[in-house]
Each structure stands twice: as structure tokens, then as C-alpha cells.
Design a protein around this ligand. Structure first.
Ligand SMILES: NC(=O)c1ccc[n+]([C@@H]2O[C@H](COP(=O)([O-])OP(=O)(O)OC[C@H]3O[C@@H](n4cnc5c(N)ncnc54)[C@H](O)[C@@H]3O)[C@@H](O)[C@H]2O)c1
Length: 299
């Protein structure tokens, strides 16, 4: 722990969580509080998660990000032990590509640069499954898709995520003590989303766009917690998905219907995720606990 302790310190250290007022940010902040972190939210709107300290600020303004890492009047003093950077326009098509680029690329550069300037040595940030070719209008190079598959962004949103991964590589080259872990989340599903998700399963074409992938928000939060603790330095990226696909159909039936002739590597199982999580399992100890199948059984 490097920051000056103050009231409300959770014992694991203090995190600046950007985007903590968002859908995943709220779930993630709740989980990190539960496991003992003290959380400072940096978002353009306040987080309503109880126990979070709010700093309402604009990530595209470097001065505001630096101040949030340094001192916010009565809120807290001292620095933070690590940054979890989730703040972004979270998908293509929400606003224009130009506005998405301006917001997301600048925000991430500011967060990475502010970490370097303030000597914060660990950053975990939300990359995305979209870096690998989503939507798969063009078939994937192979299944399962892995981190070794070449980046194939199909939108400005995804291209910025690829740029962020490249930025992290150079920040870590400049500072050998820095650890920057990018989590390429699949489509993040909250418990309340399961009924709609399950309703969309009849037609294999409906979710071919991301190879029938998803991740429960609680597992995505687990991945953040693990990435905060990993002993490895430098930068790396991990696909974070559920252990299974979202479809009741078998992988062979899905691929026959939507990607006939795709190069299949190894044993793809019956319902095993086609967005490989082997690397996250091996390096981070990630193991998804939640599946839509359990949700169906409970209904
Ligand atoms: N939701 C998914 O399925 C999914 C999948 C892969 C990756 N991701 C990534 O995960 C992260 C969180 O996604 P989410 O679904 O919670 O999105 P969200 O829109 O619910 O939350 C994003 C938060 O970022 C904040 N934000 C955006 N720009 C900001 C700025 N300039 N200054 C301050 N705050 C700003 C917003 O106010 C919002 O609270 C994003 O980086 C997204 O790209 C999401």
C-alpha cells in the first residue's frame, strides 16, 4: 500500500476506478469493496454504490485525472495503489465514430500518462472482445479465437481498444516497473439481463457476431480482482469470457450453420466458449463461476 491511509480504507489498498458509475463499473466497484479495497470513483456522474468515494470529473481532461490521483479537497488525500480504468463510451454506434475516438482514446491516454506521472505502478483496464474481429461478418481465422489471433477491429470503438493495447506496450517499455493488464471482456451480462439473453438463443445467426460469447459481470469483476494481484510485470491482454457459449446448440452445429469450413484448432467441446479463456486461466487463475445454464435451472 503506497497511499496515505485515511478513514474508510478497506485494507487491500486504494483503487481509482474510472467509469465506476457505469453498468459494469458499479458491479466491479461493489465486488472490489467486498474483497477489501477502498474505492475512489472517477466518472462524469456519481456512482451510487455505497461506500464509494465519488470524484466527478472528465477523463478527457488530463488535469482532472492528475488531480484525482493526487488530492481532492475533503474527499481523500494521497495517491492510489492501482487504477482500474473502465470509463469509456462502451460500444460502437452509441455516438459518432469521431466522438468515440476523441473520448476513449484521449481518456485512456490521460489515465495511462497520469499513472506514469504519479508513479502508480499497476493499471488494469477494460479492453474488449471487439479487438479480435467482432462482429464476425468476416469469419474468424480460427476457432477458438485466442489472444494470438491478429487484431481485427471492425469499428472505431474496437480500433481504439487496439490502440490502447499498443499504448500500454509503450508505457511499459518506458517504465519497467509498470504493470498494465488489458482484459478483453466478452459481452458483459448482468443477472437481470439473463431473461433477454436466453430469449435470443433460438436462431444461431443472432449471436454469431461474437461467436456466441458472453461473460457474467460477477466473473468479469473476478478477473479484475485477479489482474490486480497478478505477479507478472509489463503488459499483457486476456480474453475474459464465460466458460460456455450462450447457445443450447452444440459448437459443431453452430459452426456448420454460420461458419462452414472455419479452421478448428483442437477439441472445441460441446458448448465450450469459442473465445478462448485458456490464457486467463493459466496466468491469472481465472475460472468463471456463472453460466446462463445455471440461471435456466433456477427458473
Ligand atoms: N458492456 C460490455 O458488454 C463490454 C464488453 C467489453 C468491454 N467493455 C468495456 O467495459 C467498460 C465499461 O463498460 P460499461 O458497459 O460499464 O459501460 P457504461 O456506459 O455503463 O459505463 C461507462 C462509464 O464511463 C463513464 N465515462 C465515459 N466517458 C467518460 C469521460 N470522458 N469522463 C468521465 N467518465 C466517463 C460514463 O459516465 C459511464 O459511467 C468500457 O470500457 C467498455 O468499453 C464493455
Amino acid at each position: 500500500m503506497t497511499h496515505a491511509p485515511d478513514a474508510g480504507d478497506g485494507g487491500q489498498g486504494r483503487l481509482l476506478v474510472t467509469g465506476a458509475a457505469g453498468n459494469f463499473g458499479s458491479a466491479c466497484a461493489r465486488h472490489l469493496l467486498e474483497v477489501g479495497y477502498d474505492i475512489v470513483s472517477l466518472d462524469s456522474r456519481p456512482s451510487h454504490v455505497e461506500g464509494v468515494k465519488n470524484v466527478t470529473a472528465d477523463l478527457t481532461d488530463l488535469g482532472q485525472v492528475l488531480e484525482a490521483l493526487t488530492y481532492i479537497d475533503w474527499q481523500y488525500t494521497g495517491g492510489v495503489d492501482a487504477i482500474v480504468h473502465l470509463g469509456a463510451i462502451p460500444a460502437p454506434g452509441i455516438t459518432t465514430s469521431g466522438a468515440t475516438f476523441d473520448n476513449n482514446a484521449r481518456a485512456t491516454h490521460n489515465v495511462f500518462l497520469a499513472a506514469k506521472i504519479k508513479g502508480v505502478k499497476r493499471v488494469v483496464w477494460a479492453s474488449s472482445e471487439t479487438t479480435v474481429g467482432i462482429p464476425f461478418d468476416v469469419p474468424p481465422h480460427q476457432v477458438p479465437v485466442t489472444e494470438a489471433s491478429p487484431p481485427m477491429p471492425q469499428s472505431t470503438y474496437a480500433m481504439v481498444k487496439v490502440l490502447e493495447e499498443e499504448m500500454a506496450r509503450h508505457f511499459c517499455r518506458w517504465d519497467a516497473d509498470l504493470t498494465m493488464i488489458g482484459l478483453r471482456f466478452s459481452n458483459i451480462i448482468h443477472e437481470s439481463d439473463y431473461p433477454e439473453l436466453i430469449g435470443a438463443q433460438g436462431d444461431p445467426a443472432e449471436r454469431r457476431w461474437n461467436l456466441w460469447g458472453y461473460v457474467d459481470a460477477r466473473d468479469a469483476a473476478q478477473a479484475v480482482e485477479l489482474a490486480l494481484k497478478t505477479a507478472r510485470g509489463g503488459t499483457d491482454v486476456y480474453i475474459i469470457a464465460a466458460a460456455d457459449t450462450v447457445s443450447p446448440l452444440t459448437n459443431h452445429d453452430l459452426l456448420r450453420a454460420e461458419f462452414p469450413g472455419v479452421h478448428v484448432v483442437g477439441d472445441i467441446g460441446t458448448h465450450t466458449t469459442l473465445l478462448s479463456i485458456d490464457k486467463a486461466r493459466k496466468d491469472l487463475g481465472y475460472e468463471p463461476h456463472f453460466s446462463w445454464r445455471d440461471h435456466v435451472e433456477r427458473e
